[in-house]
Design a protein around this ligand. Structure first.
Ligand SMILES: CC(C)(COP(=O)(O)OP(=O)(O)OC[C@H]1O[C@@H](n2cnc3c(N)ncnc32)[C@H](O)[C@@H]1OP(=O)(O)O)[C@@H](O)C(=O)NCCC(=O)NCCS
Length: 177
């Protein structure tokens, strides 16, 4: 398990799946905002890749996030789009509603940076988030990510186009921050 200050990033366990399904993916608004695509129901027991991990998928590393204090499941985190030629990847995360606003998100980003830069030897990490997602923007910026651009009206979210912000962090910036 990867350990941050408040959270651990571990493998996905079977018993995590119904909780993530009910609290994250069955929340239509959260899914529509986080997934970059239309919400549709996931059938219990299906092998949907958002829930069930394929360990042979090299470009995508999903974790379950647990609180170090007590070990409860608090969300998901992913290093995705891993490009071993350009040595870059993207970060994604989603916390259960009761776990938000407690500093876990900031610590998940820090722990994913450790995984990306130290464990995987990557050079650049990137985050895309909706322009109104203050908690995600702050979690990224607290870890040294800088805003590199705004993708105007790039996301169709629940009836309207919303801007996305692209943030990036280079390995040398992370080490010095
Ligand atoms: C986005 C998310 C991962 C952030 O994690 P979090 O644990 O809630 O955030 P933290 O508690 O670490 O807070 C980070 C910062 O955001 C601020 N913040 C937290 N919740 C906030 C809210 N609802 N509105 C405004 N600011 C908020 C905190 O004050 C903190 O600011 P600071 O660094 O200036 O002190 C989490 O809220 C979440 O899972 N949301 C739903 C799914 C989602 O949006 N995923 C990201 C898709 S790209």
């Amino acid at each position: 398990m990867l350990r941050g200050e408040k959270v651990g990033l571990r493998a996905r366990h079977d018993e995590d799946i119904p909780i993530l399904l009910a609290e994250l993916y069955d929340d239509v608004v959260n899914s529509a905002r986080a997934e970059g695509g239309p919400w549709r129901p996931i059938t219990p027991g299906s092998k949907d890749p958002r829930l069930v991990v394929d360990d042979k998928e090299q470009g995508h590393v999903p974790f379950s996030v647990v609180a170090l204090d007590g070990g409860a499941l608090v969300g998901t985190a992913t290093l995705w789009g891993i490009d071993t030629h350009n040595r870059c990847a993207h970060i994604g995360l989603g916390l259960l509603p009761a776990a938000r606003g407690k500093g876990y998100g900031t610590d998940v980003v820090a722990t994913l940076c450790h995984y990306g830069f130290i464990v995987r030897g990557l050079h650049r990490l990137q985050i895309e988030t909706l322009a109104d997602n203050t908690a995600m923007l702050r979690s990224a910026e607290r870890n040294g990510f800088v805003r590199e651009g705004v993708l105007r009206s790039s996301s169709w979210v629940m009836g309207e186009f919303v801007d996305e912000v692209l943030l990036g962090l280079l390995a040398q910036e992370w080490k010095s921050s």
